[in-house]
Design a protein around this ligand. Structure first.
Ligand SMILES: [Mn+2]
Length: 462
């Protein structure tokens, strides 16, 4: 009987644990095994006798004693999935004993601090990290300094995050070091012969190829961004302020469960449409303006980046139509060039050829593509395209007032940007649900949007 009771109890425990794991998987999106696999791939790329250190992000001051909302460092997020600040990832090429278990990796997690928890809540504990993030071994960051000191004495190569000098200067090691150079000098004095290299390059080529789990998260961010565009198309009308469209857009991001915008939303109308990264969004839009909306939701750390350009009145004027159709053809040309082995410069050349032939080459002055992923401009190296890359295709024409062209073109900026998966022999447009054709845009703009509804006290007076 006692045995049966124990068996039932054990089954219940296993069931409860599986619920926790299932819940965590659901919340994380990336399975624990994939995080472990990413770390193994980095370790494979390390030289023998090497160790690597990656740091979590730190909070950034917004005003007096208020910080910006915390955003995890993207390399750290990629390798750990750990959501909170202050943690440290340690990797070793060779296995080393840790509590009797040989391991390649330790996640150092800040110690619990009940006084702090009352203000900011609990951070993820070492135990949770072991269950949900695939770590065999975790420790407290209070042990990190002593651990590193004894480890580095026996190692010949350290891949490091340049921010480690900040880390060493305050809470973790209590060594006062301010600059990267001071850090490197102090390290070579204490550990003669130890070679220092950046830890970032070990991750970047890997981050360039998106896994199926990553593509699912990116599609979610892109879908919310597409919906935001549709709702902005419907809502736009002369007399509205740019920030009203921004509000519609960012409402859609949050409504669909995204973290928020991955970068400041660009809603540039009239003259502002010719400024590439205009983000004040304070102008009142007028009949006859074009509006560039370059926006992207972030979902579980992954960014979308989709641009559409619309006439605020809902109907393209002839000269707007003319320029828009050139950009549309440049988009087709760049897309047609997308496949493995192609260089980024070839994509830009394909778009430029069309725009130049139309006589507006001078007014397209950026490259047509970048990698997209955890970072909006994913820092993953710009070699030839590979299957599994996600890139943007974003040709544009921007004609400022006073430009040496017929003045009917002045103050017209147009950019069309899509998020594109590189496949085995071509591409797939992940943002294809956001229309680019003039007829389709005008038809959607004729509808009502959530930006046209009265809110709050307006409801009583309208
Ligand atoms: Mn972009």
């Amino acid at each position: 009987m006692a045995l049966i009771r124990r068996l039932v109890f054990c089954c219940l425990l296993v069931f409860a644990a599986s619920l926790i794991v299932a819940d965590a998987l659901d919340a994380q999106g990336i399975p624990a095994e994939e995080y472990a696999q990413r770390r193994r791939a980095v370790i494979e790329r390390m030289d023998s006798g090497a160790v690597a250190v990656y740091l979590a992000g730190t909070s950034k001051k917004r005003s007096n004693d208020v910080d910006f909302e915390f955003v995890q460092d993207k390399n750290f997020l990629y390798l750990t999935g750990y959501p909170d600040p202050g943690a440290i990832l340690f990797l070793s090429k060779e296995k080393f004993p840790r509590n009797g278990q040989p391991t390649h990796a330790i996640l150092f997690v800040p110690p619990t601090n009940p006084a702090m928890e009352q203000w900011v809540g609990k951070h993820m504990s070492g135990e949770e990290a072991r269950i949900t993030l695939g770590f065999g071994s975790t420790a407290s960051t209070s042990e990190f300094r002593a651990f590193m000191d004894s480890t580095l004495k026996t190692k010949r190569l350290l891949y490091y995050d340049p921010r480690i000098s900040l880390m060493l200067s305050d809470k973790v090691t209590h060594v006062r070091l301010r600059t990267g150079r001071e850090f490197r000098n102090a390290v070579s004095k204490r550990y003669p012969g130890l070679v220092l290299r950046s830890a970032f390059r070990l991750v970047s080529s890997q981050r360039a190829r998106k896994s199926p789990a990553e593509l699912r998260l990116m599609q979610k961010a892109i879908d919310a961004t597409v919906d935001a565009h549709l709702e902005a198309f419907r809502s736009a009308e002369p007399g509205m302020f740019e920030y009203e469209l921004e509000a519609v857009i960012e409402y859609c991001f949050r409504r669909e469960g995204c973290d928020g915008p991955a970068f400041p939303s660009i809603v540039g109308s009239g003259p502002n449409s010719t400024t590439l990264h205009y983000e004040k969004n304070t102008r009142r839009m007028r009949k006859g303006d074009m509006v560039v909306m370059d926006i992207g939701a972030e979902y579980q750390g992954y960014s979308a980046d989709v641009t559409r350009t619309i006439p605020v009145s809902g109907v393209f004027r002839p000269e707007q139509r003319e320029l828009y159709e050139i950009v549309l053809r440049a988009r087709e040309a760049a897309l047609a060039a997308v496949k493995p082995g192609v260089r980024f410069s070839e994509l830009t050349d394909a778009a430029m050829e069309i725009i130049r032939a139309a006589g507006f080459g001078k007014y397209f002055n950026h490259s047509v593509s970048h990698h997209l992923g955890l970072d909006t401009h994913d820092p993953v190296g710009y070699g030839p395209l590979e299957e599994g890359n996600v890139i943007t295709i974003e040709p544009g024409i921007y004609i400022p007032e006073g430009a040496n062209v017929d003045r009917k073109y002045w103050n017209i900026g147009i950019r069309i940007e899509d998020d594109v998966l590189v496949t085995k022999d071509g591409y797939e447009i992940l943002s294809k649900e956001a229309p680019v054709e003039i007829d389709a845009i005008e038809a959607i703009m004729a509808q009502e949007g959530i930006g046209n509804l009265p809110v709050g006290r307006e409801k009583e007076t309208r």
